[in-house]
Design a protein around this ligand. Structure first.
Ligand SMILES: Cc1cc2nc3c(=O)[nH]c(=O)nc-3n(C[C@H](O)[C@H](O)[C@H](O)COP(=O)(O)O)c2cc1C
Length: 257
């Protein structure tokens, strides 16, 4: 469904160029570009071994820091950007930790409820797992296969860049929400530069391993990680794992319009 019609563009205009004189074609092009960047987003788990320059990464983070936050608190404490040999070493250590003694490690927060609610939430979680593992031909009952596939999280899916996001331990749900806006902004700014990402709560479990390699302070909670890089589109197509999205009619209620 087209949400913004050409009439809407004509009435409201979109982001103006520096002289404030976008043509209708420029507006339409901008709309198309932004919509397709957002709608084309997906969690990418296959990357080319092509390095991401520090300059591009800085650009992405520079854009994202304009994300909104409650009272402008900007509670994204630190973003650790890791690449090259440092990433290789960290990834190996995390993979080893996950293989050898996974029970020794735990996240500093609880991402999912301890008891999975018996409603759509659990159903969608299971469906997402079925799409993801199904794309690799791994059956639901194949615990070993799932384990092996999910262990790719710990070397950041062989991406050239890993990001680790932290938040101050004194902060609460509102600030965690703010960090989500920030991270989504990174995802979008990365896409405009041909980069793809996958967010990873799973890596937060190995924060103590990260702490051996990164100067993460005691007051910082490792909230989430992210793999980023230029996508290996052949592999993405080979293991198609597009997740279904809820219909607008299922999400939205309009009142008075
Ligand atoms: C906060 C957060 C944490 C996530 N953690 C992981 C993770 O640990 N490993 C992983 O492979 N994907 C992870 N994902 C990606 C989700 O599985 C993915 O967003 C979801 O299945 C929808 O698929 P899509 O992003 O391709 O639309 C995470 C996403 C978010 C937003």
């Amino acid at each position: 469904m087209a949400i913004l019609s050409p009439e809407t563009i004509a009435e409201n205009g979109l982001v103006k160029n520096s002289s404030g004189t976008n043509t209708r074609e420029q507006d339409a092009q901008l709309l198309h570009t932004v919509d397709s960047i957002m709608k084309g987003r997906f969690s990418c788990r296959y990357f080319l071994p092509k390095p991401v320059s520090r300059r591009v990464l800085e650009e992405v983070l520079d854009v994202a820091r304009f994300a909104p936050s409650g009272n402008n608190t900007q509670p994204w404490e630190k973003v650790y950007c890791i690449s090259g040999e440092e990433l290789k070493t960290l990834g190996e250590a995390m993979v080893n930790a996950s293989r050898e003694k996974p029970n020794l490690y735990s996240s500093q927060y609880q991402y999912y409820p301890a008891i999975s609610p018996a409603h759509y939430f659990t159903k969608r979680r299971q469906e997402a797992g079925a799409v993801l593992y199904g794309s690799m031909g791994i059956a639901r009952e194949d615990a070993e296969g799932r384990e092996k596939a999910s262990s790719r999280n710990y070397n950041f899916y062989d991406a050239p860049v890993a990001l680790v996001f932290t938040i101050h331990k004194d902060l609460t749900q509102g600030s965690w929400l703010d960090v989500g806006y920030f991270i989504q902004s990174i995802t979008v700014a990365a896409r405009t530069r041909g980069l793809e990402t996958v967010s990873q709560e799973s890596v937060s479990k190995y924060h103590s391993v990260m702490r051996k390699y990164l100067p993460i302070a005691e007051h910082e909670i490792v909230a989430v990680g992210m793999s980023m890089g230029y996508p290996d589109l052949e592999k993405v197509a080979q293991f198609p794992a597009r997740q279904p999205k809820r219909e607008l009619s299922d999400i939205v209620e309009f009142h008075g319009l």
